[in-house]
Design a protein around this ligand. Structure first.
Ligand code: DAH
Length: 346
């Protein structure tokens, strides 16, 4: 039995010697030291021996088991490290390689201009009307009728307004002013809102006109609102937007939904009033339309014009951005030419 034991020992030792993978070692461990392994078979037979032999062979068996276990685990450790090193070598990262260039986008200048204008009016106490009160696809009711635009007004012509074939009187809105009607139908005064958004007009496209552009509408309705409030708010807006007090001019004008109406000019920021190409030699740049809400409009939405009054304004966002950044062609906003857009990276 002793010889048998030593034979197993030398077989196992030579198997361990020959092992080249972790898997080989696992197989060896199973074959010799496992529950049904060769050593256990021997140990089971110990009980048939004399006490003396039991002691000698038993202790030799334990000794061999320990030696094999430690030989296996030593070799296991070596294989483990070798495999780890191989893996590390394969996954090595060269930190000196230049990084991959990921182009970074930026906010579109019309978006940042809109955000800037919205923030100014929010600071003046206006809030942005909910989207559903400022839809781009409108009925004539909101875009014209309730704004006191006569049935035969030229702005309604197919040449100016895009009619859809959803229904006879469904249009792509030609102005954000319809938001005024939505808001006044849904809220009671005091009302102080702005509504930014896209508008559409059937225009021949050139450097100053596109067939869609963006406006911001404003509306303030309360008791005792006067033209003085309108001037104060708009002058303050101009000061904050252009970064300095600039001479302004309120020119008498006409809009069906305001009475009196005005167009507001700001002194040309290119020539400071001397007259240049940007201002067509006049020294002034028109930036918005405004006025006191017409009593007919208030009555239409059930607000008593003897109790309440209000002012409204609408401004073109492209125009304001073009003036601030000296952009001479409105089409640049819509071409998605990166050479243009990248100039607005912050
Ligand atoms: N909706 C006008 C336009 O598109 C601009 C405008 C003028 C808006 C006067 C107003 C206003 O709210 O009071 O030309």
């Amino acid at each position: 039995m002793k010889e048998q034991l030593e034979k197993i020992y030398s077989d196992a030792a030579s198997d361990i010697e020959k092992a080249v993978t972790v898997k080989d070692l696992e197989d060896i461990k199973f074959k010799y030291l496992g529950r049904k392994g060769e050593f256990n078979e021997i140990k089971k037979k110990l009980k048939d021996l004399s006490d003396e032999d039991k002691r000698i062979i038993g202790s030799r068996a334990n000794e061999i088991t320990k030696q094999l276990e430690s030989a296996i685990s030593e070799k296991f450790q070596i294989f483990y490290e070798q495999e780890l090193n191989k893996k590390l070598e394969k996954e090595r990262i060269d930190i000196t390689l230049p990084g991959q260039y990921i182009p970074r986008g930026s906010v579109h200048p019309l978006t940042s201009t809109t955000n800037e204008i919205v923030a100014i009016f929010q600071n003046l106490g206006f809030s942005v009307a909910p989207n559903e009160e400022s839809p781009e696809v409108e009925t004539e009711y909101f875009n014209f009728d309730m704004l006191n635009v006569p049935k035969d007004h030229p702005a309604r012509d197919m040449q100016d307004t895009f009619y859809t074939n959803i229904a006879k009187n469904v249009v792509l809105r030609s102005q954000t002013s319809g938001a005024q009607v939505h808001v006044m139908e849904n809220q009671k005064p005091p009302i102080r809102i702005i509504a930014p958004g896209r508008v559409y007009r059937n225009e021949n496209i050139n450097s100053r006109k596109n067939n869609f552009f963006h406006q911001i509408e404003g509306l303030y309705v309360d008791k005792n609102i006067t033209f003085g409030d309108l001037k104060g708010v708009l002058n303050e807006f101009i000061r904050l937007y252009f970064g300095a007090v600039r001479p302004t001019r309120f020119r008498s004008s006409f809009f069906p939904f305001t009475e009196p109406s005005a167009e507001v000019d700001v002194q040309c920021i290119m020539c400071e009033g001397k007259g240049c190409r940007t201002c067509s030699g006049t020294g002034w740049l028109e930036i918005l339309g405004a006025g006191m809400v017409d009593p007919n409009v208030l009555r239409g939405v059930g607000i008593d014009p003897d109790v309440y009054s209000g002012f409204a304004f609408g401004m073109g966002i492209e125009r304001l951005a073009m003036l601030k950044y000296a952009i001479d062609d409105i089409r640049l906003f819509f071409n998605n030419d990166l050479r243009f857009l990248e100039q607005f990276k912050k």
